[in-house]
Design a protein around this ligand. Structure first.
Ligand SMILES: [Zn+2]
Length: 382
């Protein structure tokens, strides 16, 4: 029993207070990882201290250490903050847990068993609560990240975090897909075949979806009042019209003696491939300034465009093809093409300075092939 006594001394060296202070290391960084490492260290330290104790007692000590460490971990990582059990409670709990270690020498495993079981139940409850809290705040954090368009660039630290991250991502994508104002149409995402538009004719004869008619008119009115001279030069383009224009182009090349495939390729240089133009949604408008009717980058220099780029989000519109996002959108900088997405989404997209693909977390495109390069040209043309 001499050896028991020795190891007990070693165990005593790890008094609650001391352990508590030491816990300010990796766990204080607030990461679960650091905490887990800390638990591992503690178990090893106590196992060493118990070198000559019977296996059963050693196991009992290991379980206790695990439970205590969990309590310390969640105290130090702040898991108790904002919970009913405050920091002080958890420290008291920690001290209480240490009690049996002091009397381990004179206590049989049978005697200590119920105590250990109770502690395990307590610890499980604490772990559940802490995990729930951790998961909830992680989910909120991930949601925010995704709203800021960081989906494609974020790498979770651990497997567990990756699981939650992918869950939140999938849920959010599903949720956004339900929103009719967020339908993604680009060369990788075709217009849904059952898509219906309820178009309304603007005073100048162009058409737009009834769904965004009022915000569009309000935006044009306020822009004019501020001194701008906005004109919608292209709005809703029915899918059939896009098909007609495209076929017309193909026929021209066929007539000139080219084969079917070649003619289609040549046609796509001049007209957007049907199903890939946002104008088919009825939620997009090309707006230029009456002082400058060329749809090119010189639009940036007009007051009208400056005003629209700065204020369009207030009306639920976004500048759909920003200069820095061409690789993601597949379309050149178009300082005239505005897309309606609704106020809340427009506000977030504007604040984060991202494009729609980033906001929707749909930036992963298939490898660029000769085919998609041609579509690039087509979009640039249409
Ligand atoms: Zn356009």
């Amino acid at each position: 029993m001499q050896s028991d006594s020795d190891s007990n001394k070693k165990i005593k060296d790890g008094t609650p207070e001391r352990q508590m202070k030491k816990a300010g290391g990796p766990a204080a960084a607030g990461s679960i990882k650091g905490g887990v490492r800390l638990i591992g260290q503690r178990i090893r330290r106590f196992a060493d201290a118990c070198e000559n104790v019977s296996d059963a007692k050693k196991a009992a000590v290991a379980v206790l250490v695990l439970v205590i460490s969990a309590a310390v971990l969640f105290t130090e990582t702040g898991a108790f903050q904002n919970m009913d059990a405050g920091r002080e409670d958890s420290e008291n709990y920690f001290v209480k847990c240490m009690g049996p270690l002091e009397t381990l020498k004179s206590t049989s495993v049978e005697e200590i068993q119920p105590y250990i079981e109770q502690r395990i139940d307590d610890a499980e409850e604490i772990l559940d609560l802490a995990l729930e809290k951790q998961t909830k705040s992680l989910r909120e954090e991930y949601r925010e990240l995704l709203d800021r368009g960081q989906g494609a660039y974020y790498q979770p630290d651990s497997k567990a975090e990756r699981r939650i991250w992918e869950e939140v991502r999938a849920e959010r994508r599903e949720e956004l897909r339900e929103d009719p104002f967020l339908i993604l149409v680009n060369k990788w995402h075709y217009l849904p075949s059952d898509y219906k538009v309820d178009p309304i004719t603007l005073p100048n004869g162009q058409m737009i979806s009834n769904e965004c008619y009022e915000p569009l008119m309000q935006m044009l009115e306020d822009c004019s009042a501020a001194g701008g001279r906005p004109i919608v030069c292209s709005g809703y383009r029915p899918h059939e019209k896009q098909v007609y224009l495209f076929d017309e182009q193909i026929n021209r090349w066929l007539y000139a003696g080219y084969g079917q495939e070649e003619s289609e390729e040549l046609a796509s240089m001049a007209v957007a491939v049907p199903g890939t133009s946002e104008h088919e949604l009825g939620l997009a408008a090309d707006i230029y300034s009456s002082e400058n009717m060329s749809l090119d980058e010189s639009q940036v220099d007009t007051f009208t465009q400056q005003w629209l780029m700065e204020n369009c989000w207030k009306y639920g519109f976004v500048l759909r093809y920003p200069r820095a996002k061409s690789d993601i959108t597949g379309i050149i900088f178009e300082p005239w093409h505005y897309r309606y997405v609704g106020y809340e989404h427009a506000r977030r997209i504007h604040e984060a300075d991202i494009c729609l693909e980033e906001y929707l977390d749909e930036t992963e495109h298939p490898e660029k092939t000769e085919e998609t390069e041609k579509n690039d040209n087509a979009e640039n043309a249409g």
